[in-house]
Design a protein around this ligand. Structure first.
Ligand code: KIV
Ligand code: ZN
Length: 524
């Protein structure tokens, strides 16, 4: 890689990203995030705006003490007190950057700053020169750059470089530009500013029109060599260019954009999660690169293609961004090929074609009704089909009466058909469900671990149909039983018996244990 093709990644998740309404992060969270960023090879980390709050000041100083590879940076308006605060918080780092900015567009200068062109030029000279006293590494930004008169922009950039800036950042502050126009601005600066070769040009694009990444990449083709971005694209209003999209676009389409970053892309998913957790901002399901569905396929045609060769529907591997594997999501569009593959994954590689056929039919019916099909649902369907294949249901509920309420311990009276023998018992328990499960244990002594009991209302109102799920474990075998009834307690008894009957069949057939212990049933 030649140096001229190296693109520096400047992350501003903890400064511009934190400016997203509601996205504030604690100092401790910022320290944790900065550790991941440092490890993933981000070149410059803008850790905050030190003058803006004691929390920002503290975060920038803590981060600047801890970074091993990345260069810490703080933001400052074109004011000496801002620059002093930057220095005071960054001074612990062996190398650091001060990033100072002022607006240059007519609308900002008139309404926000109430300053003339000349006053802005004076402020640039003073702020950059002052920052340069503290560090060689000074970045200067012309806020609202894309709505700035180009000739005036050239003057400001030339002056900032002359005063000592080594990075010149062109912000599309309001996300107004389009790629062609942004590239032309960069080309214009390269052609017209006499000392432009003394600084690295940078793009800082906002996403108001959904063009932040496209604009930043267009800037790259025109000569930008630093991109300012945030993880998950968080930032003011519609956010900033997303780091993960920039980096993966450069990696995936290196044939057309022959640039390199220093990012270890395998840490992208980890960075996305830690930022999402710290800010409380969920990542949209279909978000490029880091969305939950970015490597998930549901359509039968796509799943079939993926099982034959992943390149049919994937342009990058999930592993390359730190996602364990592609997921073939089981849903109404899934086909037999993916279903069979799923059964294999769940440990049912040996079941007969008849059982697969029966289970697949039931799966299609269920998928039409239910949004999320979990592995447990599929296990329950296959186990049901195994029961039918076996043509017996060893233990059946004949009758159940439950006495519940305040004052006395809850009591259940139960009659079961156990392998053809009618048996009856009464048990008390710590709640009605406990009493019911004790009756079953009394009438058919067995020793399994109850690892999940969950009730889910599938219809609304007080007459709602309840579905109960029960998961039991014995040695390395697991079964899931389900039952629906308007009486939750009857559904509970039947769900437990369903799981138990399946366990008896598994014992007898030595059917494989399902490898789903690590998953939780979240809905039925
Ligand atoms: O969007 C913007 O203009 C900024 C500057 C401070 C660089 O965030
Ligand atoms: Zn910004």
């Amino acid at each position: 890689m030649s140096d001229k093709n190296r693109v520096f990644i400047f992350d501003t998740t903890m400064r511009d990203g934190e400016q997203s309404p509601g996205a504030s992060m604690s100092v401790e969270e910022k320290i944790q995030i900065s550790r991941v960023f440092d490890e993933m090879g981000i070149d410059i980390i803008e850790a905050g705006f030190p003058i803006s709050s004691p929390g920002d000041f503290e975060a920038v100083s803590a981060i600047s003490k801890n970074l091993k590879n990345s260069i810490p940076c703080g933001l400052a308006r074109a004011m000496r007190k801002d620059i002093d605060a930057c220095y005071e918080s960054l001074k612990f780092a062996p190398r650091f950057r001060i990033h100072t900015f002022i607006s240059t567009s007519p609308v900002h200068m008139k309404h926000k700053l109430n300053m003339s062109n000349d006053q802005v030029l004076d402020a640039i000279k003073d702020s950059v020169t002052y920052a340069k006293k503290f560090t060689d590494d000074v970045e200067w930004s012309c806020e609202d750059g894309t709505r700035t008169d180009l000739d005036f922009m050239c003057k400001t950039v030339e002056l900032a470089i002359k005063s000592g800036a080594t990075t010149i950042n062109i912000p599309d502050t309001v996300g107004y530009s389009i790629p062609d126009e942004f590239a032309k601005t960069i080309t214009h600066l390269k052609n017209k500013v006499p000392n432009i070769d003394k600084a690295i040009l940078s793009a800082h694009c906002h996403n108001d029109l959904g063009l932040a990444v496209a604009n930043a990449l267009a800037g790259l083709s025109a000569g930008v060599r630093q991109i300012e971005c945030t993880i998950n694209g968080i930032g003011e209003r519609a956010g900033n260019a997303a780091l993960e999209e920039i980096v993966m676009a450069l990696k995936t389409r290196n044939d057309l954009m022959p640039f390199e970053t220093g990012i270890k892309t395998e840490l992208i998913s980890k960075a996305s999660k830690i930022v999402s957790n710290a800010t409380g901002f969920p990542v949209q399901f279909n978000k490029a690169i880091v969305g939950k569905n970015a490597f998930a396929h549901e359509s039968g045609i796509h799943q079939d293609g993926m099982l034959k060769n992943r390149e049919t529907y994937e342009i990058m591997t999930p592993e390359s961004v730190g996602v364990k594997k592609t997921s073939l999501v089981m849903g109404k569009h899934s086909g037999r090929h993916a279903f069979k593959d799923k059964l294999n994954d769940l440990g049912y590689g040996e079941v007969t074609d008849d059982v697969i056929q029966a289970a697949f039919g039931k799966f299609k019916v269920l998928a039409d009704k239910k949004k999320h099909i979990y592995d447990e649902d599929i296990v329950a369907l296959v186990d049901d089909s195994l029961i039918i294949d076996n043509k017996i249901n060893a233990i059946n509920l004949k009758s159940l009466k439950v006495f519940a309420g305040t004052g006395e311990p809850q009591k259940a009276e139960m009659t079961l058909d156990v392998f053809g023998d009618i048996k009856k018992t009464t048990q008390t328990g710590d709640g009605p469900v406990d009493a019911i499960f004790k009756c079953i244990k009394e009438l058919y002594p067995h020793n399994v671990k109850l690892s999940l009991y969950q009730v889910h209302a599938v219809t609304e109102g007080t007459d709602a149909q309840a579905t109960v799920s029960v998961k039991i474990e014995e040695n390395d075998r697991t079964t899931v039983g389900q039952s629906a009834d308007t009486d939750t307690l009857v559904a509970s008894a039947n769900a437990y018996l369903n799981a138990l009957n399946k366990m008896l069949i598994k014992r007898e057939k030595k059917a494989p244990s399902s490898n789903i212990q690590h998953q939780k049933v979240r809905g039925i």
